[in-house]
Ligand binder design. Structure first.
Ligand code: NAD
Length: 495
């Protein structure tokens, strides 16, 4: 009998009101069930939001440095349980242990960074244009924050959102991805063990349309922080805008790495292998296009194919495994359909391009690392997000052409240029349309204290990580203190 996990609503671990449940299976072996989870709906969301709203006043009045201390303790607990969480996360969503440990580490770094922000949350002071008057701005929380997350970073992404939301004084209703609910339960347990007052966090498991959308629509929810696909982000934005809710969207990507002739080719090779095939290509920042200068194209491509063919697929819990499965049947089918599209469009399949079923992989969603060459920037495989271990190689003649090819997509998350030419590097930094640009590093890898996010259809201008996320989770109040003892009229008495 699989373990029955619960929601956390109104200070209690509980089932969905409708009694329904869904299964969570290991993508490396679909015969292994991790547990069943509440398949919640609008009734559970409503209970959770009303409880979080009732808890808001006490929480917002707790001094921010004290709130930060709780987040610091949550970071300490993530350190303590890191290995357990990483192993469970690998079973739940497939990526290799090295990467699930990194996922938890990102949560730890975010906790320690967010905890100290409780002692800053800076506003401004500025001189008044009138005598005996004092001007300042302060930051205040908004109320109940709705948080909706994807499955590919089951710990890191919830911590990016929930730690800052809490430090700023908001209460949170958390709807995690239906593919990674076990890590979400673990995260909420840690917050409670760290001393977060009950009802300040609420966890509602379930699917996007039945549990996620009611959270977006709920009138008591003041802001939504969402990471996921662009179509769902657009839908959320249109629904939330009816009530003028604040919405932060971190959406899809179609990231590219450019390699120029003067680059360190071995370094560029390590970068593209890690960027394209790490997490089986299922990172929002994954390298899904490789833009090679014609002078090194014919040398670099065979080096890349040789290394890609050596990557070991398997269960992520095995230390030798380098590439795990993709997340579920739907995503598996979607990637396979893009492999067909690539061939139909006339790209040359150099390696991979099929399901992998050897040995322990026979009951899992494994796809061999795939490389297409002869890709034109106009092809669908060069423009659309595939979200799997598939790399499209484009040949170019100049840096300008490389940047044009890189920009030729509706997304704009991450980008990378390998070169030793400082002029080329600064030109690329200026002209690449992306929220993140790496010079001589792969497209993947965030740091907790730096802003993270994208341009164009990757987002709506907000950033996670670093200081900007604390702006998202607070409202500015401007304060004027007049200690002159008389009526002073701005723009009139000081003409
Ligand atoms: P998804 O959009 O299918 O789901 C994300 C979350 O939204 C899940 O919790 C899901 O239940 C919920 N959801 C789905 N439909 C909904 C609806 N109608 N209303 C409300 N909620 C709904 O995305 P996914 O497959 O989980 O994740 C992969 C996508 O996420 C990729 O496009 C990837 O690029 C993107 N992503 C972006 C970033 C970033 O920071 N830019 C990071 C990670 C993943």
């Amino acid at each position: 009998m699989p373990v029955e996990f619960k929601n956390y609503i109104d200070g209690q671990w509980c089932n969905a009101t409708n009694g329904k449940r869904f299964e969570n299976r290991n993508p490396a072996n679909w015969e292994e069930i991790l547990g069943t989870f509440p398949d919640s709906d609008s009734e559970d969301i409503d209970r959770a939001v009303r409880s979080a709203a009732a808890a808001y006043d006490a929480w917002r009045l707790m001094p921010a440095p004290k709130r930060g201390e709780i987040i610091k303790r949550a970071g300490d607990l993530l350190v303590k349980y890191k290995e357990d969480i990483a192993r469970e996360m690998t079973r739940e969503m497939g990526k290799i242990l090295l990467e699930t440990r990194g996922d938890v580490q990102e949560g730890i770094d975010t906790a320690y960074y967010a905890a100290t922000e409780g002692r800053r949350l800076f506003g401004h002071t500025a001189p008044s244009e009138l005598p005996d008057k004092f001007n300042l701005s302060i930051r205040q929380p908004l109320g109940v924050a709705g948080v909706i997350t994807p499955w590919n970073f089951p710990m890191a992404i919830p911590t990016w959102k929930i730690f800052p939301a809490l430090v700023c004084g908001n209460t949170v209703v958390f709807k995690p991805a239906e593919d990674t609910p076990a890590t979400a339960v673990r995260f909420v347990e840690i917050l409670l063990e760290a001393g977060l007052p009950e009802k300040v966090i609420q966890l509602v498991n379930g699917y996007g349309s039945s549990a996620g959308m009611p959270l977006v629509e709920h009138p008591e929810v003041k802001l939504i922080s969402f990471t996921g696909s662009t179509p769902v982000g657009k839908l959320i934005s249109s629904v939330a805008s009816k009530d003028l809710k604040r919405v932060s969207l971190e959406l899809g990507g179609k990231n590219a790495q450019i390699v120029m002739p003067d680059a360190d080719l071995e370094l560029a090779l390590d970068g593209v292998l890690w960027g394209a095939f790490g997490t089986a290509g299922q990172r929002c920042t994954a390298t899904s296009r490789l833009i090679l200068h014609e002078a090194i194209h014919d040398k670099f491509l065979p080096m890349l194919i040789k290394r890609a063919e050596k990557l070991r697929l398997g269960n992520g819990l095995e230390p030798a495994t380098e590439v795990g499965p993709v997340i579920n049947q739907k995503q598996f089918d979607r990637i396979l359909s893009y492999l067909k599209t690539g061939k139909d469009e006339g790209a040359k399949l150099e390696t991979g391009g099929e399901r992998y079923t050897d040995g322990v992989c026979k009951n899992g969603f494994f796809i061999r690392p795939t490389i297409f060459s002869n890709v034109d920037p106009q092809m669908r495989i060069a423009k659309e997000e595939i979200f799997g271990p598939v790399l499209a190689v484009i040949k170019i003649k100049t840096l300008d052409e490389a940047i044009r090819a890189l920009n030729n997509t509706k997304y704009g998350l991450s980008s990378s240029l390998y070169t030793r030419d400082v002029n080329a590097a600064f030109k690329a930094i200026r002209d690449i349309e992306a929220g993140i640009t790496y010079i001589n590093g792969p497209t993947i890898g965030a740091e907790a204290h730096m802003p993270f996010g994208g341009v164009k259809e990757t987002g709506n201008g907000h950033r996670e990580g670093g200081w900007p996320v604390f702006e998202f989770f607070t409202e500015i109040k401007t304060v004027f203190v007049d200690y002159s003892g008389k009526l002073q009229r701005a723009q009139i008495d000081n003409q």
